[in-house]
Ligand binder design. Structure first.
Ligand code: NAP
Length: 288
C-alpha cells in the first residue's frame, strides 16, 4: 500500500488500533483518530518507531462540528484519500446523548460515519479506487432494521439492543455508499470481526470477555479490515449486499424475523434520507 493514505477511526484501541498497525505494515500512510489523546498518540508513536507513517488526531465521532472541522482540515491538506475505515464504536450500557441531544450509540455508529464519509467523499472520489470499510458487529444479527425504533429514548434504552440496531443500520449505510458512490470509483465493504479480546469488549460485555482464550486477538479481528482496505477483494466481489467475516462474504440474516419487511434496498434508501435530514447534508448523493 505504498503511497496510499488511509484514515482509521477508533484507532486508539482494539480492532481499530490493530487495523491501523496492519495497514501501516503494508506501507500505507495511516491517519488515525481516537478520543483519548495519550492512547491515540501512543499508537502513532509505535507505528513510526517501527518505520511506518502515521499521524494521530483527536476526533469524537458523536460530535458533528468536530467532524466538520477535521474533514475540512483534511480536505485542505490532502489531494485524495485512498481508504476510510470506520472502526470507532462502543456499546454504552447507560443512556447518553451527544451535544445535539442525539442518543450516543446512533450518533457514533450511524450519523458520525455518515457525516465523515460525506465530508470526505470528494477526497475519496479523487483516489484511484478508494475503499470504505465499516466495522459492524455480529451483534446486529439479533435485530431487524426498523427506522422508527433505531433511536431509543432514555426510558426504553437497553445498551445491547441499541448497539445491535445501530450496527444493523451500519450495514445498510455501507451498502448505500457502495450503491451511490461506486460510479465515482469508491467501493464500500462492511465486515464483522468476530468476538475479539479488546478493552471495549472487556468493558461492555465482561461475561464474553471471560471466554478468554476462545476470543480472537485484535490482529485476528482486524485481519479482514486490513485485507478489504488494501483492495484485496476483487471487482467481482464488490456488491451492495452481504457482510464480510474472515475474508468471505456472509449472509446478513440468520434469523427469519430480522429480514427486511419489504426490501433491504428500501431500508437503505429510507436510512439514507433520514441521515441526510438529521445531518442537514443533502439531498445530493454524489461525492462533491
Ligand atoms: N471486540 C469485539 O468482539 C467486537 C465485535 C464486533 C464488533 N466490534 C466493533 O469493533 C469496533 C472496535 O471495537 P473494539 O472492540 O476494538 O473496542 P475498543 O477497544 O473499545 O476500541 C473502540 C475505539 O472506538 C473509539 N470510540 C468509541 N466511541 C467513540 C466516539 N464516540 N468517537 C470516536 N471514537 C470513539 C475509541 O476511542 P477512545 O478509546 O480513544 O475513546 C476506541 O479507539 C467497534 O465498532 C465495535 O463495535 C467489536
Amino acid at each position: 500500500m505504498d503511497g496510499r493514505t488511509v484514515l482509521v477511526t477508533g484507532a486508539s484501541s482494539g480492532i481499530g488500533r490493530a487495523s491501523a498497525i496492519g495497514l501501516a505494515q503494508l506501507g500505507a500512510t495511516v491517519l488515525l483518530t481516537g478520543r483519548d489523546e495519550q492512547r491515540t498518540r501512543a499508537v502513532e508513536a509505535s507505528i513510526v518507531r517501527a518505520g511506518g507513517q502515521a499521524r494521530a488526531s483527536l476526533l469524537d465521532l458523536s460530535d458533528p462540528s468536530a467532524i466538520d472541522g477535521f474533514a475540512s482540515q483534511l480536505r485542505d491538506e490532502l489531494g485524495r484519500l485512498d481508504g476510510l475505515v470506520h472502526a470507532a464504536g462502543a456499546l454504552s450500557r447507560s443512556f447518553a446523548e451527544n451535544v445535539e441531544g442525539m442518543e450516543l450509540t446512533v450518533a457514533t455508529h450511524v450519523l458520525g460515519p455518515f457525516r465523515l464519509s460525506w465530508r470526505l467523499a470528494p477526497l475519496l472520489a479523487r483516489a484511484d479506487g478508494a475503499v470504505i470499510v465499516t466495522v459492524a458487529s455480529g451483534g446486529m444479527y439479533t435485530e431487524r432494521f426498523d427506522l422508527p425504533s433505531l433511536v431509543m429514548n432514555r426510558d426504553e434504552y437497553q445498551g445491547v439492543r441499541a448497539y445491535a440496531r445501530s450496527k444493523r443500520a451500519q450495514v445498510l449505510l455501507a451498502h448505500e455508499w457502495q450503491r451511490r458512490w461506486q460510479r465515482d470509483g469508491v467501493s464500500s465493504f462492511v465486515m464483522h470481526p468476530g468476538w475479539t479480546d479488546t478493552p471495549g469488549l472487556a468493558q461492555s460485555l465482561p461475561n464474553f470477555h471471560r471466554l478468554g482464550p476462545l476470543l480472537r486477538r485484535p490482529e485476528e479481528g482486524a485481519d479482514t479490515v486490513v485485507w478489504l482496505a488494501s483492495g484485496a477483494a476483487n471487482e467481482d466481489t464488490v456488491r451492495d449486499s452481504g457482510i464480510w467475516l474472515d475474508r468471505r462474504r456472509r449472509s446478513e440474516y440468520y434469523l427469519p424475523w430480522t429480514r427486511p419487511r419489504t426490501s433491504a434496498l428500501e431500508d437503505g434508501v429510507q436510512l439514507w434520507a433520514w441521515c441526510e435530514q438529521r445531518t442537514g447534508l443533502g439531498p445530493t448523493d454524489q461525492p462533491r
